[in-house]
Ligand binder design. Structure first.
Ligand SMILES: CC(C)(COP(=O)(O)OP(=O)(O)OC[C@H]1O[C@@H](n2cnc3c(N)ncnc32)[C@H](O)[C@@H]1OP(=O)(O)O)[C@@H](O)C(=O)NCCC(=O)NCCS
Length: 165
């Protein structure tokens, strides 16, 4: 496996929707239950002037594009100010977790956002998501706000931020 990261384009719309459907239930609540449909979420991120997805794919895979996506990270720029961005999605194919794919995606996103003048990244997760909490904390994100029982009984939302430059 050789991981390549690139910015998603309009042509990635359908493979992206299929990929996010595959991981939908790994989110709490599932992404499809958060108001927007997955299709709408993908459409808005791909067409928004200040948002984009970055895709990690296996460069050695020659199968159908859908099978090539290993992971996705999404970014919405200018979230609280003109020098920050919000990570609106991070997910890795269930068969390829714990292989450093998010690490590569996050590094590439940091590089790109720094080049775009972004100085701070924000993200949030929920308190039962040990993988994501460990990940963000290992990558230097600091929890700055915890909203108790935000997602259900004893499921808190944890807001993180990281100063990148
Ligand atoms: C969270 C998620 C994106 C991590 O992606 P990944 O590619 O498996 O993560 P990486 O392999 O890059 O892990 C890097 C580090 O994060 C931490 N980590 C990742 N998964 C972990 C797990 N299951 N348990 C504990 N720590 C974990 C570890 O510190 C790991 O380093 P190590 O393997 O050297 O110990 C992935 O589990 C996922 O897609 N989960 C479902 C969707 C989701 O929860 N997204 C985040 C929502 S906020």
């Amino acid at each position: 496996m050789r991981i390549k990261v690139r910015e998603a384009e309009q042509e990635d719309y359908s493979p992206l929707c299929q990929f996010i459907e595959l991981v939908d239930n790994d989110f709490y609540p599932p992404l499809s239950m958060r108001g927007n449909s997955i299709a709408q979420r993908v459409r808005e991120c791909l067409s928004g002037p200040d948002s984009y997805y970055m895709i990690a794919e296996d460069d050695t895979c020659i199968e159908h594009p859908t099978d090539k996506i290993l992971g996705v990270i999404g970014c919405s720029k200018y979230w609280k100010s003109e020098k920050d961005a919000y990570i609106n999605l991070m997910c890795v194919h269930p068969g390829f977790r714990r292989k450093g794919i998010s690490e590569v995606l996050c590094k590439e996103l940091e590089k790109k956002t720094i080049a775009e003048g972004i100085r701070k990244l924000y993200v949030c997760t929920w308190s039962t998501n040990v993988a994501a909490m460990r990940f963000y904390e290992a990558k230097g994100f600091i929890p700055y706000c915890i909203v108790k029982n935000d997602r259900g009984n004893r499921v808190d939302t944890i807001h993180y931020r990281k100063t990148t430059v």
